[in-house]
Design a protein around this ligand. Structure first.
Ligand code: S3P
Length: 442
C-alpha cells in the first residue's frame, strides 16, 4: 500500500463493531439458552475465527449483513469438533475458548497461525489447571490440547498480569465449575478495573450471577470478580458498539492535521477502554463526546475530533506509565505516532506486554519510526519518541494489523510517499480501514 501525505480529514463515519465485544457476544450467545441476534457484529478476521470455531463446536450461526444470529443451547451443549479449532491470528479466540472448552465433556485442540503459535498461553493454562482441567501445550504456546471435564473445580485466582483475556477465560470456565470462582486483577491504586470488563457486563446482562468488589488492602485495592457456576445464561439480543481501538486511528489522524473535523458515530465508550481519549485530551487533542447512552450495559456515544498544528498538554510530564497502560495497550502503536507531534515528545513505560502481542510491538514501533526519521529510543518495557518531522519510508507491518494502520496514519503527515509492506493484515481487526480512510482524506 502506497500512501501520500494529505491536507486534512473531514466527514462522518460509523466504524464496524468492537472486536472484543463481538468475540464475547458470539461465545456467550452460544452458551445461552435461546436465539440471539447480535447487531453490528465485528467484521474482523479475528471475529470470523471465533465464529468458525463455534460452528465447528456444533453451534448454529447465521450471518446477515451487519448482524449475526446464534442459536444457543446452554453452557455445556457443544459437540466434539471433527477437527482442530483454528483461531488464526486471534489471541482472544484462543484464550477465551480455552476457558469454554476446559469445562466440556470432550477433548479438543486449539491451533493458530505462526504469530499466535508463539504467544504465551501459560497464563490461561495455569488457572485452568487449578480448576482441574488438563491442557497440553508446546512449551506454553499453541497448539493446545484440552482434555475437557465437567464440572470443573472452582478457583480463587490472582492474576499476575492485568489481562482481560485471562480474566474472561477463568470466568467462562467458572460457568462450568462447582461453586463460586473468583478472579482477582493485580493490585491497583484506585478503585478502577485494570482490564476491560466487557465479559462481566455481558454475563450480567444475560442473567449470570456475577459480582465485582474492590477489596481494600494496605496500599490500594484488589478488584475481585466472582461467578457462580450454577448460573445459566438467557439469550437476549445484543448490540455491538463501534470499535474504539479502530476509531483511535481516525482520532489521531484528524487530531494531527489542522483544519480536520470528523465525527465518529456510535463508538463504544466503556470507561475501561476510553483511556486513549483521556490521555489524548490531556496531551492537548481536541475531542468532544457529543452524546452518550447505554445499550446492553455498554456506554456508547459520538466523538467529534478537530485538528491542530500544535498541542498544549494539560499535564506536566509526557511520560505514560502505571495502571493506565493496561487500558491503553492496543492504542500504544498509534499513540507513538501522536508523540512525534508533541513538543516534549512522549515516553511509554511499563508496557512490556506489548512484546507478546501479534508482533513485538515495541520493536516494530521503534524500527518503523526510525525508518521515518524519528528521534526514538527503545526500552525493555517501552520507548521514548521525540518531536520529529516524519519522512515517507518503506514500512514493515510485521504482519501486525495495528502496526500497519498506525504507520498508514503516520504516512498522512509525513514528507513524501510511504509504502506499507503487508498492509492487508489490517483485515485482522479492520478490513475496511483503507476504504474508510479514503472517504475522509482531503
Ligand atoms: C483483549 C484484551 C487485551 C487486548 C486484546 C483484546 C480482549 O489483551 O490487547 O487486543 O478482547 O480481551 P490482554 O487481555 O492479553 O491484555
Amino acid at each position: 500500500m502506497k500512501i501520500q501525505p494529505v491536507k486534512f480529514l473531514s466527514g462522518r463515519v460509523r466504524l464496524p463493531g468492537d472486536k472484543s465485544i463481538s468475540h464475547r457476544a458470539a461465545i456467550l450467545a452460544s452458551m445461552a439458552n435461546g436465539e440471539t441476534r447480535i447487531e453490528n457484529f465485528g467484521t474482523s478476521a479475528d471475529c470470523a475465527s471465533t465464529l468458525n470455531c463455534l460452528e465447528n463446536l456444533g453451534v448454529e450461526i447465521k450471518r446477515e449483513d451487519a448482524a449475526v444470529l446464534i442459536s444457543g443451547s446452554g453452557k455445556k451443549n457443544f459437540t466434539k469438533p471433527a477437527s482442530e479449532l483454528d483461531c488464526g491470528n486471534s489471541g482472544t479466540s484462543m484464550r477465551l475458548l480455552a476457558g469454554v472448552l476446559a469445562g466440556q465433556n470432550f477433548d479438543s485442540s486449539l491451533i493458530g497461525d505462526a504469530s499466535l503459535s508463539k504467544r504465551p498461553m501459560r497464563r490461561v493454562i495455569e488457572p485452568l489447571a487449578l480448576m482441574d482441567a488438563k491442557i497440553e501445550s508446546k512449551e506454553g504456546s499453541a497448539p493446545l490440547k484440552i482434555y475437557g471435564k465437567n464440572p470443573l473445580k472452582s478457583v480463587v485466582y490472582e492474576m499476575p498480569v492485568a489481562s482481560a483475556q485471562v480474566k474472561s477465560c477463568v470466568l467462562l470456565a467458572g460457568l462450568n465449575a462447582e461453586g463460586v470462582s473468583k478472579i482477582q486483577n493485580p493490585k491497583s491504586e484506585n478503585r478502577v478495573s485494570t482490564s476491560r470488563n466487557h465479559t462481566e457486563l455481558m454475563l450480567r446482562f444475560l442473567g449470570a450471577e456475577i459480582e465485582d468488589n474492590f477489596v481494600e488492602i494496605d496500599d490500594g485495592f484488589v478488584h475481585e470478580i466472582s461467578i457462580d457456576g450454577n448460573s445459566n445464561l438467557t439469550a437476549r439480543n445484543l448490540n455491538v458498539p463501534s470499535d474504539i481501538s479502530s476509531a483511535a486511528f481516525f482520532i489521531i489522524a484528524a487530531a494531527c492535521l489542522e483544519n480536520s473535523e470528523i465525527i465518529l458515530e456510535n463508538v463504544g465508550l466503556n470507561p475501561t477502554r476510553t483511556a486513549i481519549i483521556e490521555v489524548l485530551r490531556q496531551l492537548g487533542a481536541e475531542i468532544d463526546t457529543l452524546d452518550q447512552k447505554e445499550k446492553c450495559n455498554e456506554l456508547i456515544g459520538d466523538l467529534r475530533v478537530r485538528g491542530n498544528e500544535n498541542f498544549t498538554p494539560k499535564i506536566l510530564s509526557n511520560k505514560i506509565e502505571g495502571e493506565v497502560i493496561a487500558n491503553l495497550i492496543d492504542e500504544i502503536p498509534i499513540l507513538a505516532i501522536f508523540g512525534t507531534k508533541l513538543e516534549n515528545g512522549l515516553e511509554i513505560r511499563g508496557a512490556g506486554e506489548l512484546r507478546v502481542k501479534e508482533s513485538d510491538r515495541i520493536a516494530a514501533v521503534v524500527e518503523n519510526l526510525r525508518r521515518m526519521n524519528a528521534d526514538v529510543e527503545e526500552f525493555t518495557d517501552g520507548f521514548r519518541v521525540g518531536k520529529s518531522r516524519l519522512k515517507g519510508a518503506r514500512i514493515d507491518s510485521f504482519d501486525d494489523h495495528r502496526i500497519a494502520m498506525a504507520f498508514a496514519v503516520a504516512a498522512l503527515f509525513a514528507e513524501g510517499e510511504t509504502e506499507i509492506i503487508g498492509a492487508e493484515c489490517a483485515a485482522v481487526s479492520f478490513p475496511e480501514f483503507f476504504q474508510v480512510l479514503g472517504q475522509v482524506i482531503k
